[in-house]
Structure formats: C-alpha cells, structure tokens
Ligand binder design. Sequence first.
Ligand code: NAG
Ligand code: NAG
Ligand code: NAG
Ligand code: NAG
Ligand code: NAG
Length: 366
Amino acid sequence: MKRVILLLLAIPYCLSDFLYPDFNHTQGLAFNGNATSSICGKQPPLPNQSTIQFINGYETKVDITRDMDGQSQSISKDLLSAFGHRDAYGISSNSKCVRRLRLTPSLHSQVGSVFYERRVSVLKGFDTTFTFQMGLDQSKVCTQRIDPITMEEQYKSCSVHGGDGFAFVIHADERGFDAIGKDGQQLGYGGIRNSLAIEFDSWGNVELQGSDDLYQDHIALHSASTAANSANASTMLGYWKPTELADGKRHRARVQYLSYIEEKYFHQFSGNENLVPYLKDNGEGRRVGTLAVFIDEGVQNSKPLIAIPLNLSVLLDLPQSLAYVGFTASTGERFQTHDILDWHWCDNVDCQGDQDEIARTERGFD
Ligand SMILES: *[C@@H]1O[C@H](CO)[C@@H](O)[C@H](O)[C@H]1NC(C)=O
Ligand SMILES: *[C@@H]1O[C@H](CO)[C@@H](O)[C@H](O)[C@H]1NC(C)=O
Ligand SMILES: *[C@@H]1O[C@H](CO)[C@@H](O)[C@H](O)[C@H]1NC(C)=O
Ligand SMILES: *[C@@H]1O[C@H](CO)[C@@H](O)[C@H](O)[C@H]1NC(C)=O
Ligand SMILES: *[C@@H]1O[C@H](CO)[C@@H](O)[C@H](O)[C@H]1NC(C)=O
C-alpha cells in the first residue's frame, strides 16, 4: 500500500509534493551505505574499543563505549570532567516508537544517505519540514592513566558526546539517488558533487585545519558549487549558528527557498565572501532568492535561524531545473544515532498551509 500521500492542491508545480508521516512504508526512497529504516532502540552490538595509548607521555587506557542506560547522567561531575561532556542527553526507549529513517546506528565510522528517488523541482522555490532526533546512545569515552612505576590505574575521567551529525542535501551528483559522501566530519555529504548541504553538526572538529567548526552543536550551509562538497570553511555560505541538536530530543526543522528576497527575514540575513559569486543571475546579474533554515520555535513562529540571499540556479548546475533531495549522516571515532522521524516536501512557493497537516511533534526523549 502506498503511504506517500500526494497532496492534491489546485496550484501548479505541486506535482512532487510528498509526505512521509512516519517511515512505516519507505516506497520512493533509496537507502545507501549504513542507512536503514528502524524501530526505535535496537542497536547493533558494539565491538570492543578499549586501547592503551600514550597521552602526554603517560600510558593511558582509553575506553569507548555506548551509554545505553543514561547512567553517566547521574554520576559525579568529577568523573565526567573531560572537555565536551554533555550534561543531558537521551537514551533509546521503546515507548512511543515511531518507525524512522536511521541514517546511522550508534557505531563508529558509519555513513548513510537516503534520497527521494525522483528528482524534484527546486529553482522556483520549495519548502520542506522534517523531525529529527539524534544523539541517542551516544559514545562515552573514559580515559584512565596508568602509573608508570606501580602499573596501578590512577584517576579516571569520562565524557559522553557523540558524533558527527547529519545534513539535508540538494544535489545533481552523477550518482543520482545512490549518492553518498564520506564519514567522520564530512557528515556523509563531503564528496557529493554539485550539492548544497544544510548541516546539523554535533561534533566540533576544531583541531582540523580549515575547519569552520565550533564545539557547540550548530547549523551551517555548505556548497562547493558543481565541485565535490566538503565540510570545511572554504565551502561555508554565510555563518553557522549554534543551537542544541544532539540532546536526544526530537527537533523540528524547516528549509525554505524563495525565488525572491524575503524582506521579513532581513534581520536574520548573513553573508560571507563565499556567497558573493551566487548573489547574481548569469544574465542580468541582479536577481537572487532567499534560503532560510528554521528550527523548533522558529518553525512555529516563521522566524529563521539562518537566512542567506542566494541564486540556487547559479550555485548548482541542475539539468531541467531538477535535483535529488534527502539526508546524509556519519559517525567517526565518536558515534550516536541519526534519525529522521517524518518528512514533508513541497515545491510550491506557497506551502505554508500544508505545514499544518503534519501533527506537531512534542519535544521529548521518546
Ligand atoms: C505506523 O505504525 C505504527 C505502529 O504499528 C502505527 O501506530 C502508526 O499509526 C502507523 N502510521 C501510519 C501513518 O499508519
Ligand atoms: C556499514 O557500511 C560498511 C560499508 O558498506 C559495511 O562494511 C558495514 O558492514 C556497515 N555496517 C553496518 C552496521 O551495517
Ligand atoms: C578489550 O580490549 C582490551 C585491550 O585490548 C582487553 O584488555 C580486554 O580484555 C578486551 N575485552 C574484551 C571483553 O574482549
Ligand atoms: C576544503 O574543501 C575544498 C573543496 O573540497 C578543498 O578544495 C580544500 O582543499 C579544502 N580545504 C581544506 C583546508 O581542507
Ligand atoms: C538566478 O539566475 C537565473 C539565471 O541567471 C535567473 O534566470 C533566475 O531568475 C535567478 N533566480 C532568482 C531566484 O532570482
């Protein structure tokens, strides 16, 4: 039975509207790499990742485990002193189970992508909303120094903080709906050509050269135009914005592209020099559109977290003005789940009414 509900609206260009109220049925979607559809909590077994490393010249035992029972949330702050620890986070539960897209399970070095199999119209404007939940069963790293003389285990410190994040991706890569990028800090979109990624990043790769990252969870836009995309500073359009993402709660996000400058969003507009080549059209050199990203309360209030002026048709080379749309995610040494719970796509310019058709999702760990 087909569960992709085509909304019948009396407005043209709405032919590829689709709605997945959950992912009980996944017809029309292509799954790549480690992406699956899954019910809630079940995680594959975690291989032993206990190693002895030399840190500042000291022999140190480093254990990477999964915090499945949330125990670390109740143990002492001294033990959880390591930098980057999250104070509050979610663990898998089987109650209120919604069958979801699981872009990656909670395992190291995973990468997954899910794309809608048919190309959709994007240049005339689109509006898409989805609910995501990431950061269940996050990796916990405990380090324990070993005394060089007595070989006794000295103090221990731990931190719970998963990686790496996911992205909503629009692309015309030659691999089509099978496109998939690299793992780790590349969030599954680094390597996808001719793409625009709206990343929901939960791991700061601040140590990497050329990284745009920060330690907090954040949203940012990345594109290398028709070249292979990459999650680094040279591809960032506008500026990142910090916002809580991988706390294990459900969050609602909306991405909107309008084929004109939306004055209502002026206060949220940002830009950087990477954006300059895409702020014109190839002919008259003046028309631009607006790309806006909303999250949680911002979705309800129609107040974007990020808005940039952009001509998508100059940024990407889209045959017949059509593109593939979907999600990518990855993990690295640190890991967590990356789930999409529902997804609505509308490529009509006036989609606002349809947004109400999706039941409002409560924030919560379930
Ligand atoms: C999906 O399955 C769940 C559990 O079987 C059910 O509660 C839910 O109503 C289903 N969703 C739809 C849209 O039928
Ligand atoms: C993830 O994908 C890699 C590469 O395709 C594969 O080797 C590995 O077994 C997958 N892991 C899981 C848990 O499916
Ligand atoms: C995990 O690996 C460590 C270090 O190699 C080893 O000491 C330990 O016995 C292993 N544990 C299990 C359960 O295999
Ligand atoms: C960033 O990504 C671009 C595009 O893939 C690449 O050309 C460049 O070398 C990268 N820069 C750094 C510092 O990694
Ligand atoms: C972007 O540029 C193209 C071609 O140069 C132009 O036809 C189009 O109207 C522009 N798009 C917007 C949203 O202004």
